[in-house]
Design a protein around this ligand. Structure first.
Ligand SMILES: [Zn+2]
Length: 325
């Protein structure tokens, strides 16, 4: 106990009659758990929007301001994924500059492998992708993503990429909507992949993935965000698939993750508690000054401490095999 704290308690005891609540305040402070530091599963470095470049230095500043201990930096290389590509080398450079704060991810566009029936190009099938992924792993990459292509979620070339990630043990963080890695309501294509690779962690995000929290999601919902509030109908594909496939995870970043919970906070809170082992905190921060409503939203749900720990950082530590607790 510090001298200041001891004298505070002594004077509090002396003045207890006049100020009876002080001792209760002091014991409440003693009992308050330490604030859980976040691990952010989803950030991007570069200028996603022209003139709005997020550098590694600015990202770390943002992390310091918001109690984020570590952030995953996700490259974007597929033509459908960003106006200007964000190469893997940038994520690795950020990791080199801030090894304790940045967790680099890698990406390979599955079209690097030719479609079945075509002659082989520069990357020879699954083996060719495995060779590339191993080099990225040696350089420090802990996951593959953001996986965001114009191919159907379970297209043959996508299956080669999933098999390669399964082989080397890299979890995949994917975007799913009506045009990027598209699927239909009920997520049958995602289920094909979950079934084919039961040991491969698949972390979903974006409008189509999160629209599937709701039992009546339409293909139009896959390309837009829901209004807030809007009640969630139970029986959604996410609850069904998360119960059936422990390798399916949800990334709570960007408006998709935020609005899925905010549209119906009662359902959202119960959904988070039910699926606490399979949800990950994320921001999708990609430019300076971006407002991230997830911080206040998650705090407002008053989640049980162990659920908070799991989604704020515990699940990420396990999934990405990080040091620390
Ligand atoms: Zn995305």
């Amino acid at each position: 106990m510090s001298v200041t704290r001891r004298s505070f308690l002594l004077s509090a005891a002396a003045g207890a009659a006049a100020w009876p609540d002080v001792s209760r305040l002091a014991s409440a402070a003693d009992a308050a758990p330490a604030k859980i530091k976040y691990i952010d599963i989803h950030t991007h470095l570069g200028a996603f929007y022209f003139g709005q470049e997020l550098t590694a230095e600015l990202l770390v500043k943002f992390m310091d301001e918001h109690d984020v201990e570590k952030s995953c930096v996700l490259p974007l290389v597929s033509p459908e994924s960003a106006p200007v590509a964000q190469p893997v080398t940038n994520a690795l450079a950020a990791f080199k500059a801030f090894p304790d704060r940045i967790i680099p991810f890698c990406v390979v566009d599955p079209r690097a492998v030719t479609a079945p029936g075509q002659r082989t190009g520069h990357v020879a099938g699954v083996k060719g992708i495995v060779d590339i992924l191993k080099r990225y792993q040696d350089a420090g990459c802990r996951g593959l993503g953001e996986h965001k292509t114009g191919l159907f979620f379970d297209a043959p070339q996508q299956m080669f990429l999933y098999e390669a990630c399964d082989t080397v043990g890299l979890p995949i963080l994917f975007h799913l909507d009506d045009i990027r890695n598209p699927d239909s309501p009920g997520l049958p294509r995602l289920e094909n992949v979950l079934k084919a690779f039961p040991k491969l962690p698949l972390i979903g995000h974006a409008a189509g993935f999160w629209a599937s929290i709701c039992g009546d999601a339409t293909i139009e919902d896959f390309g837009r965000y829901p209004p807030v509030p809007k009640p969630v109908l139970s029986g959604g594909a996410l609850d069904r698939l998360m119960a059936k496939y422990p390798n399916l995870y949800g990334d709570l970043s960007e408006p998709g993750g935020e609005k899925a919970i905010a549209r119906d906070p009662k359902f959202g809170r119960e959904f988070i508690i039910r699926n606490a082992n399979q949800l990950l905190f994320g921001t999708d921060v990609l430019m300076p000054g971006q407002k991230i409503p997830q911080f206040d939203l998650l705090a407002s749900l008053n989640l049980p401490a162990e659920v908070q720990y799991k989604i704020y950082r515990g699940n990420a530590i396990k999934l990405l095999k990080l040091n620390g607790k």
